[in-house]
Design a protein around this ligand. Structure first.
Ligand SMILES: Nc1nc2c(c(=O)[nH]1)N[C@H]1C(S)=C(S)[C@@H](COP(=O)(O)OP(=O)(O)OC[C@H]3O[C@@H](n4cnc5c(=O)[nH]c(N)nc54)[C@H](O)[C@@H]3O)O[C@H]1N2
Ligand SMILES: Nc1nc2c(c(=O)[nH]1)N[C@H]1C(S)=C(S)[C@@H](COP(=O)(O)OP(=O)(O)OC[C@H]3O[C@@H](n4cnc5c(=O)[nH]c(N)nc54)[C@H](O)[C@@H]3O)O[C@H]1N2
Ligand code: SF4
Ligand SMILES: [Mo]
Length: 678
């Protein structure tokens, strides 16, 4: 029997690990490791190892469906595409192109994202976004402002060259597990690791200095560290003089943040703030890794800017072992953003509100006019569905009914639409609300390029055929585009990539032919360019080539504890589940390890609440209530409780407050109360 090994990229997180799918008689029979992969070197985490479990799951969607009463009935592709095209065509005709909105998918390939945003814009609507809005929108705003680019500055293997690694608001040991290998390698070579997190996590176990701060106080902590570094003269004067602007204003503003005062705000001992500041500043090469603990706040953009300030005043950028690293979440969230599936950017981060952008893409796409953005963001789309401003929505590979804050409002908003079409591999909570559901192929059943968190573009090959009548997202989008009268004749992903090479300058030299085993890291403008693993090594793409240091005053989180809601709820992830859980809750080996929703409560708080380990409790916020099992632990601080959001229920509780600039919801701070169910 012949066994074929098909190279593939893991469909879960942004680390972008590679493996082979072993295929025998057209069936996936197992995973084989890829020891020469540049990031994973043959390793995979529990989710990667279980990736094949979802492919043959009996609940895969295998036919287009149409709403029939409370349920659905199977329909043909012809009828489904006709229903979708008619609904969108009519909405545009009757209410204008601004009445339609598309949510693109960071689970889908670059080529698919490119076509989805192109579909929205060719139909005249600026309303296209993806789940980066819930994730790294503050990095896009904050880092573009301070550094002129929002990507991770250095590649993953370069972490091994770092002599001080500052991990703030990231639990990478669970959420980008394969990165831990590179941290351990740096530690073995003598690096100091600092972790700032309100919870003791698997990541904090790696720390030499652990800063257990109160949720939402990162700006105070980072300003406090900058205060120490400036006061003790540990800044890089030459770097500041040659490469930056704005230092004096920062020096003035952080005078207000002496360690003793910051200790009161953050709950971190002043001595630890000083130790962390010195370790970061004096090491020859320090890197900062951050993620949702920094971005998912009403102060998310401020947090990101405060992170970037620290790197700039110490000159820890543009060299091996340094950098500012926003760890991207989904397997292709970096690519979805690069491809312009964002309300404020066309492909290649060309500003949607710039007439030059419109001119560029009108000419590239051969059309007379295109919408001048920015469009509605993912969260604004839901609000606009609730008010009736948006009439028809096309949601690809996202589950906002579970993953957006205050999910009961999302349900009623989506129900208020004239027409909702959802394209997924499983019947999600969002798909349950749709008029038409379209069955998509999973990653292993299609080919295309995916961009991981370090900007590495990799080609993932097709190993299997999709089940039943399911089609790849690319094929479905092309069918819809064509039936709306657009020139969407793309036979395969390679042909779309060829167009991307022509229209997205950063991807100019990332051709299908060049995407061998290791992929290429953008920017890669031409065919003979080797790619750019380290950004900012010769200045910044901002005025005069200088980065901006931007002072940021500390503002507390929007919601604080009160008599009625005396605990802070913070939400996040565990190693064996992924996001809203539609994939991992269908993976038997992962479900065995984490079968249901729980809430972590500090033991001292639990005594006061008369809650024992394993008790059923009700968690209540001003938005609603949810039941979960209590898990008693000392890894969360007194007054703080933690819930993963992989099971339905958590987002009934979360606040709808967003960052004023980046519009990201404050998933990390909601006030709540807990009572035992009797
Ligand atoms: N296993 C697994 N891996 C995943 C995912 C998954 O669902 N499961 N999802 C992927 C996606 S989409 C993303 S975006 C990434 C996210 O990856 P992470 O950002 O690592 O995920 P989170 O668990 O949401 O949050 C990270 C940490 O922030 C801490 N935190 C909470 N509030 C604060 C705060 O105010 N300040 C600081 N400094 N820290 C705080 C939390 O305690 C938590 O340990 O993971 C990706 N990888
Ligand atoms: N409380 C709380 N809520 C959060 C967060 C938090 O930390 N706390 N984090 C937020 C973050 S960072 C993120 S990124 C969002 C994630 O929010 P979502 O993107 O809505 O979450 P996922 O569950 O990853 O949804 C991806 C969907 O794509 C489907 N899918 C997988 N592969 C394919 C494919 O090839 N084609 C198609 N068409 N579909 C596919 C999956 O079945 C799944 O339903 O959640 C956010 N929500
Ligand atoms: S670390 Fe991320 S990309 Fe790698 S195997 Fe795990 S989930 Fe997949
Ligand atoms: Mo994310």
């Amino acid at each position: 029997m012949t066994k074929v090994l098909v190279p593939s990229v893991c469909p879960y997180c942004g680390a972008g690990c590679g493996f082979f799918i072993a295929v025998e008689k057209e069936c996936a029979t197992g995973i084989e490791y890829m020891p020469d992969h540049p990031v994973s070197e043959g390793a995979l985490c529990s989710k990667g190892n279980a990736a094949l479990e979802i492919i043959y799951h009996p609940e895969r969607l295998t036919s287009p469906l149409k709403r029939k009463g409370e349920g659905f009935s199977r329909i043909s592709w012809e009828e489904a595409i006709d229903l979708v095209a008619r609904a969108f065509g009519e909405a545009v005709k009757k209410h204008g192109p601004g009445s339609i909105a598309l949510l693109s998918s960071s689970k889908c390939s670059n080529e698919e994202n490119y076509l989805i945003e192109k579909l929205a814009r060719l139909l005249g609507s600026p309303n296209v976004d993806n789940c980066a809005r819930l994730c790294h929108a503050p990095s896009v705003v904050g880092l573009n402002r301070t550094l002129g680019a929002a990507g991770m500055t250095n590649p993953i293997p370069d972490i091994a060259n770092s002599k001080c690694i500052f991990i703030i608001g990231s639990n990478l040991a669970e959420n980008h597990p394969v990165l831990s290998r590179w941290i351990h390698r740096a530690k073995d070579a003598g690096a100091v690791v600092i972790v700032a997190d309100p919870r003791m996590t698997h990541t904090s176990w790696m720390a030499d200095v652990f800063l257990q701060l109160k949720p939402g106080t990162d700006v105070a902590l980072l300003n406090g560290m900058a205060h120490v570094i400036i006061k003790e003269g540990l800044v890089d004067r030459d770097y500041i003089a040659q490469r930056t602007r704005g230092f004096e204003a920062l020096a003035e503003s952080v005078k207000d943040y002496p360690p003793e005062k910051v200790a009161e705000i953050t709950g971190v001992p002043a001595g630890d703030i000083v130790r962390a500041a010195r370790a970061y500043a004096i090491s020859p090469a320090s890197s900062i890794l951050y993620s949702m603990g920094i971005t998912q706040h009403s102060t998310g953009t401020d947090n990101v800017q405060a992170v970037s300030n620290l790197a700039l005043i110490c000159g820890h950028l543009g060299k091996p072992g340094t950098g500012v690293m926003p760890l991207r979440g989904q397997n292709n969230v970096q690519g979805a953003c690069d491809m312009g599936a964002l309300a404020e950017f066309y492909p290649g981060y060309k500003k949607a509100d710039d007439p030059e952008t419109i001119k560029y893409f009108s000419s590239a796409w051969g059309v007379e006019s295109l919408p001048l953005g920015p469009g509605l963001t993912a969260i604004q789309m839901i609000d606009a569905a609730a008010t009736g401003e948006i009439k028809a929505m096309y949601i690809v590979g996202e589950d906002p009914a579970n993953s957006d804050p205050c999910s009961q409002n999302v349900h009623s908003a989506l129900n208020n639409l004239d027409f909702l079409v959802v394209q997924d591999i499983f019947m999600t909570a969002t798909a349950q609300l749709a008029d038409v559901v379209l069955p998509a192929a999973v990653w292993a059943e299609k080919e295309g390029s995916f961009t991981n968190t370090e900007r590495r573009v990799q080609w993932s090959c097709k190993a299997l055929d999709p089940p039943g009548a399911a089609l790849s997202d690319l094929e479905i989008v092309c069918l819809i585009g064509k039936s709306l009268g657009l020139d969407f004749d793309y036979p395969d992903a390679a042909m779309v990539l060829a167009e991307i090479n022509r229209t997205v300058p950063q991807y100019g030299g990332i051709t299908w032919e060049r995407l061998g085993k290791a992929g290429l890291i953008w920017p890669c403008p031409s065919n003979d360019h080797p790619g750019t693993p380290i950004l900012h090594s010769s200045g910044f793409r901002l005025a005069e080539g200088r980065a901006s240091i931007v002072p940021v005053p500390y503002r507390p989180a929007a919601e604080d504890v009160s008599w009625d809601y005396p605990l802070i709820l913070t939400t996040g992830r565990v190693a064996v589940h992924h996001n809203a859980g539609s994939m991992t809750r269908r993976s038997p080996s992962l479900m065995e390890r984490e079968p249901d929703l729980y809430v972590e409560i500090n033991t001292a708080d639990a005594v006061r609440l008369k809650v024992a380990d394993g008790d059923e409790v009700t968690i209540t916020t001003p938005r609603g209530e949810t039941e979960a099992h209590a898990r008693l632990t000392d890894s969360v601080k007194r007054g703080v409780v933690f819930m993963p959001f992989h099971f339905p229920g958590t987002n009934i509780l979360t606040t709808e407050v967003t960052d004023p600039e980046a519009r990201i919801p404050e998933f990390k701070v909601s006030a709540c109360k807990i009572s035992r169910r009797d």
